[in-house]
Design a protein around this ligand. Structure first.
Ligand code: AHG
Ligand code: MN
Ligand code: MN
Length: 352
């Protein structure tokens, strides 16, 4: 069997794909890969390291932080600090952005938005979790980074990716030239190319949504769920419902098998639950590069204007034909103008 190509070899090989000075993206991805290996070890032995369960603190989202949320956050931020390429980190676990002013980072040009541990509610029950990252370049040449350099649209991403800590640990990323997946070979401690040029099937038979919130879904979402459940041999319906509760794991499954993931507006989260900067945008970049579609039900995710670090968005993401069908339902049954005014009205009354 041919010796597998490591992540490091692959990045160097593809370095010319990446604009700007050679090597910068390589070092950034290397730094993220180092932290991923450390977090992977902790995820695999969490039960033995006393880092399961709640940390007893809440993040800016008002969510109870798990010990592993905090541990993973520390590992990724310190790897980025030591690598010297990153000047700003936006993390789900930090209220404000983290300004990296270490000596080695004084000429750093890159901004990393990160969800250090996605799906943390699954940690204590041994179900797949992940990490999501997004890489932007600062607009100003040096000095203090202004907030508008951080709140860039998803189309400005230079790279994005995720790590999935599942039955095997994989790192999947794009720099805008397709999507490639690497599996961690723990015997040599290297991520090795296992899924070159990943493409999501144009359609699929899996729909992924938390139907527990059905009663408050927009009518268009209800109509799409009904469409998925109708018997129709020609279109392979009824589809199968699969919901892991880890965004990364649900989306990764859909990239491999085909499918759609929806986290729409709900009563608890009228603007959607998933965060634009470090969940929706990075996976929208990946899915589009793999031939899929990602929208908020009406608008391309990557075109949404960010206005704050932890902004949320509804998300419909996956196989092209399935997302298009769901968008048709939204257009027919929950026309955007009505939907936006409903969300705005609710947001005015409900704190995020
Ligand atoms: P995180 O653990 O980073 O907060 O993300 C959890 C997210 C996402 O991974 C998942 O799809 C969603 O929360 C599940 O939410 P519900 O439990 O409301 O379905
Ligand atoms: Mn998450
Ligand atoms: Mn998280």
């Amino acid at each position: 069997m041919a010796v597998a190509k490591t992540l490091g070899q692959f990045i160097i090989e593809k370095q010319s794909d990446f604009p700007y000075k050679k090597g910068e993206i390589s070092r950034l991805l290397r730094d993220l890969g180092i932290a991923a290996k450390i977090v992977n070890k902790a995820v695999n032995k969490a039960g033995l390291m006393g880092i399961l369960g709640e940390a007893g603190t809440q993040n800016v989202q008002g969510e109870n932080q798990k010990k592993l949320d905090i541990y993973a956050n520390q590992q990724f931020i310190s790897a980025l600090k030591n690598g010297g390429e990153c000047c700003i980190v936006v993390s789900e676990e930090n209220d404000d952005f983290v300004y990296i002013d270490s000596e080695i980072s004084k000429n750093a040009k890159y901004i990393v938005a990160i969800d250090p541990l996605d799906g943390s509610s699954n940690i204590d029950v041994n179900v797949s979790v992940g990490t999501v990252f997004s890489i932007y370049r600062r607009k100003s040449p040096a000095g203090k980074v202004a907030i508008d350099e951080i709140l860039q649209k998803g189309t400005e991403q230079l790279a994005s990716g995720y790590i999935i800590y599942g039955s095997s640990t994989m790192l999947v990323y794009t720099t805008g030239k397709g999507v490639n997946g690497f599996t961690l070979d723990t015997s040599i401690g290297e991520f090795c190319l296992s899924h070159p040029d990943m493409r999501i099937p144009v359609t699929g038979q899996v729909y992924s949504i938390n139907e527990g919130y059905y009663s408050h879904f927009p009518e268009g979402v209800k109509q799409y769920i009904k469409y998925c459940q109708v018997e129709d041999k020609d279109t392979y319906r009824p589809y199968t419902s699969r919901y892991i509760g880890s965004f990364v794991a649900d989306v990764h499954r859909n990239i491999i098998q085909g499918g759609i993931f929806i986290y729409p507006s709900t009563a608890q989260a009228p603007g959607g639950k998933l965060r634009l900067l470090y969940e929706c945008n990075p996976l929208a970049f990946i899915i589009e590069q793999a031939g899929g579609v990602a929208s908020d039900g009406y608008n391309r995710i990557l075109e949404l204007e960010p206005y704050e670090l932890h902004q949320r968005s509804p998300i419909f993401i996956g196989s092209r034909e399935m997302v298009k069908k769901a968008e048709e339902m939204m257009d027919s049954f929950s026309p955007q103008i009505k939907y936006v005014s409903m969300v705005k009205a609710k947001n005015i009354n409900i704190q995020p």
